[in-house]
Design a protein around this ligand. Structure first.
Ligand SMILES: Cc1cc2nc3c(=O)[nH]c(=O)nc-3n(C[C@H](O)[C@H](O)[C@H](O)COP(=O)(O)OP(=O)(O)OC[C@H]3O[C@@H](n4cnc5c(N)ncnc54)[C@H](O)[C@@H]3O)c2cc1C
Length: 713
């Protein structure tokens, strides 16, 4: 605690202590007020202004210190100054006092609460930013909530001081008026409960509910405005129409059918979307082939030698397609129909907030629906590089159709897709030049992790060019050339094929969003519940962002389905608190939560503990002794804020940290869990062990040393 805070705590404690030591309590009782009323009235008549200001100050300080007696002071204001002046006095004094208590709480507690409960407070602050005034007004209107608790609690939130002041004054006005008015009839009152009858409390409670009710009415009115001009059908063909049968759409439709709603899933291309057909599945299958092609480089360490592999590229690609084929039934029309989903193969267009037209081979089918989920995914982003669009460039979307292995290939982009595919093609024997504009590959990852991958890519023979920009593609008589710029110098790199992997852009156009005025930027703009400006039209997956993974698409799908089908009774905010991901090149890099760079960017203090996989028994036995586990914790605590694993099976190993973070398990719990020997998973326990060793209680250990020395005597 800094000195200013200490001084304030001492002053507050001294004032509260004096209140009780001097027994000022005795003056703040109904009896005392009644018996002193005449003397006080005489004094006030003679010194009105001094008495008014003095009373206001006493009242404000008593409220600020949260000492008991506010009710008596309010009665007193009425009894001594009459209704009008009494109300003015009590209303300002109570609001000023409440605001002082609020400011003290903010000054003393907010930083501590922010550091200790950062995630929770962040979401509360978001709510306060949006609806704080409404909630405060409700709390103030109902006198059953102790005011000093409201002051303390609101102090640690981000509500603005001025908002706090005026909403408090407004909210307390009616309750204050009741007490001031009662004060004018002081002789009639024998106890405080005479003022607040149960009927009166009930009216206050109803009054308290009013702002919340008003908010709902307001939002209903807003919704009416949004839907103005659209004709709502009398009844609906479907509860839900889902557009796009990729990871997000499939799961949304599955959940909708599982909870017995009538749902149609529309797909214009291939069931399974990107992940199955052009993304996760083919890329992992190609990586598998490339790992096999690479074995001869490392197997000799174990005393086993192979001849250099002969890669039959056509057969590799055929295998990729056969893997897709073997997974296809999981996402097929038949499977989904059998689960109760009505599947329509065709192109969907949203024509009104409650109508989707589906262009099929047989014509247009129009469906009215209570809800729509947009799950139209994304496609490769192709930058505006002069000359690029004049050649047959590749992206992850059409790469899988090639049958001939490129001899010289340029991979544009150092993100996860670029790195996985560079390594895969490189190991299969293509000469790959990988171009990345930034200073490291995997810009979102821990730089140490990225460095491991960069080193491996270079070992694999990939000509990795960092800090290099693609400027133009030239078609010459000798073939295609990419003009790049590095450190102010231009260079020409000849190539046979160029793979563009510089990001994915959401599919936002051509299916009705424009006509409905649904807002988009890089993705469809949604609120925390995945709703667009039309609450019955939601979005999930790559088209909604902010992440572009299969597992986040299916995570969002649950919210999209439930929020669509149970609106307005119950809807859920999407929980993005623990999002893991991995890049499946070798070494694998898997991350959850913060890394050192993102923690710094967000101004979050962290402690970093590292375990080097180079020393792990199983990794040594398997000749995988490379990489690390890095865990970020709250300084001095075992609470995990993030983890990065680099090494074999990192994506699998990370699951333990994901579970721990999701369920609030710290490193002590991880350390106390038995891990099978010898496994790679022991790396997780060992990093927890390193953390524990750094936090060994030195004083206790020194005492134990003395204890054991004594026992030897
Ligand atoms: C090479 C590559 C590797 C990847 N590897 C991984 C990985 O290892 N792990 C991971 O988690 N993620 C990976 N991803 C990302 C992952 O594939 C996507 O995040 C995921 O597929 C997104 O699912 P989605 O449902 O949002 O979109 P999509 O899968 O793109 O599905 C959208 C569907 O909507 C259809 N559609 C669009 N418009 C209409 C319309 N008007 N009417 C009807 N249908 C329409 C499309 O045809 C498409 O089938 C990878 C991506 C790529 C490209």
């Amino acid at each position: 605690m800094n000195s200013k805070r200490t001084i304030l705590v001492v002053i507050i404690a001294a004032l509260i202590a004096s209140f009780f030591i001097l027994d000022l309590n005795q003056y703040l009782t109904l009896e005392s007020l009644k018996s002193n009323q005449q003397d006080l009235a005489q004094y006030i008549n003679a010194n009105w202004l001094v008495a008014f200001i003095g009373y206001l100050l006493i009242y404000a300080v008593a409220t600020a210190l949260s000492v008991p007696g506010a009710a008596i002071l309010t009665l007193g204001a009425g009894a001594l100054f009459g209704f009008g002046w009494g109300l003015l006095l009590a209303s300002f004094a109570s609001s000023i006092g409440a605001t002082l208590a609020f400011l003290a709480s903010r000054f003393l507690l907010r930083d501590w609460v922010k550091n200790t409960f950062s995630k929770k407070l962040e979401s509360i602050d978001k709510g306060i930013e949006k609806d704080g005034a409404f909630y405060l007004l409700s709390l103030r209107l109902v006198p059953i909530f102790p005011f000093f608790i409201i002051n303390l609690v609101m102090g640690v939130t981000s509500i603005k001081t001025w908002t706090y002041y005026w909403v408090s004054q407004l909210g307390m006005l009616i309750g204050t008026a009741v007490f001031v008015n009662a004060g004018t009839q002081l002789v009639e009152i024998n106890q405080l409960s005479d003022i607040l009858s149960s009927d009166l409390i009930l009216s206050f409670v109803l009054l308290g509910i009013f702002p919340i009710l008003a908010k709902f009415i307001l939002s209903a009115l807003q919704q009416r405005r949004v839907y103005k001009g659209w004709k709502k059908p009398q009844k609906f063909d479907r509860n839900l129409v889902v557009i796009g049968a990729g990871s997000a759409g499939l799961v949304t439709a599955y959940i909708a059918a599982a909870i017995k709603s009538k749902v149609t899933l529309v797909e214009r291309h291939k069931m399974g979307g990107d992940c199955l057909n052009t993304g996760c599945v083919p890329s992992k299958s190609l990586l598998h082939a490339s790992k096999l092609a690479h074995i001869h480089h490392t197997s000799q360490n174990a005393g086993v030698t192979y001849d250099a592999p002969k890669v039959d590229f056509k057969a590799v690609m055929n295998k990729v397609h056969s893997v897709i084929k073997s997974i296809e039934p999981h996402d097929s029309v038949e499977r989904y129909e059998s689960l109760g989903v009505n599947v329509a193969i065709g192109s969907a267009t949203i024509v009104s907030p409650w109508q989707v037209d589906i262009q099929t081979e047989d014509g247009v089918q129009s469906l009215t629906t209570r809800n729509i989920v947009i799950a139209t995914g994304a496609r490769a982003f192709v930058p505006d590089i002069p000359g690029l669009k004049d050649i047959d460039y590749l992206t992850a979307d059409n790469l899988w159709e090639i049958q001939e292995q490129p001899k010289r290939m340029i991979v544009l982009g150092g993100g996860p897709i670029g790195c996985e595919l560079s390594q895969a093609f490189g190991r299969l024997g293509t000469h790959v030049t990988q171009i990345e504009r930034g200073a490291q590959v995997l810009s979102k990852e821990d730089p140490d992790a990225a460095l491991h991958l960069q080193t491996q890519l270079e070992k694999d023979g990939i000509d990795l060019r960092l800090n290099t920009s693609a400027i133009a593609v030239e078609t010459t008589s000798e073939g295609n050339v990419l003009l790049v710029e590095f450190a102010g110098k231009e260079e020409r790199i000849p190539f046979d094929k160029i793979l563009v992997a510089v990001g994915r852009q959401a599919n936002l156009t051509g299916f009705g969003l424009e006509k409905l005025g649904i807002e988009t930027d890089r993705t469809v703009i949604t609120n925390d519940f995945l709703q667009t400006k039309y609450p019955n039209i939601l979005a999930a997956g790559d088209v909604a962002g902010p992440y572009q993974f299969t597992h986040t698409a299916s995570h969002q799908a649950w919210y999209a389905a439930v929020n669509a089908l149970f609106r307005p009774f119950k809807i859920f905010k999407v929980d993005y608190s623990v999002i893991p991901w991995a890049t499946f090149a070798e070494p694998e890099i898997a991350t959850v939560g913060l890394n050192e760079v993102s923690a710094k960017q967000q101004g979050i203090e962290v402690e970093v503990t590292r375990y080097d996989i180079g020393g792990l028994d199983r990794a040594l036995a398997d000749d995988h002794a490379r990489g690390f586990v890095k865990v970020l914790t709250k300084p001095g605590k075992d609470k995990i804020l993030g983890a990065t694993i680099v090494g074999a099976n990192a994506g699998e190993l990370l699951a333990e940290f994901v579970l721990a973070m999701k369920h609030g398990l710290g490193l002590n719990k991880l350390l106390g869990t038995i891990h099978i020997y010898p496994t790679m998973a022991e790396a997780n326990k060992n990093v927890a062990g390193n953390w524990k060793r750094d936090h060994a209680p030195q004083k206790v250990l020194a005492f134990l040393e003395r204890f054991h020395t004594w026992r030897r005597k």
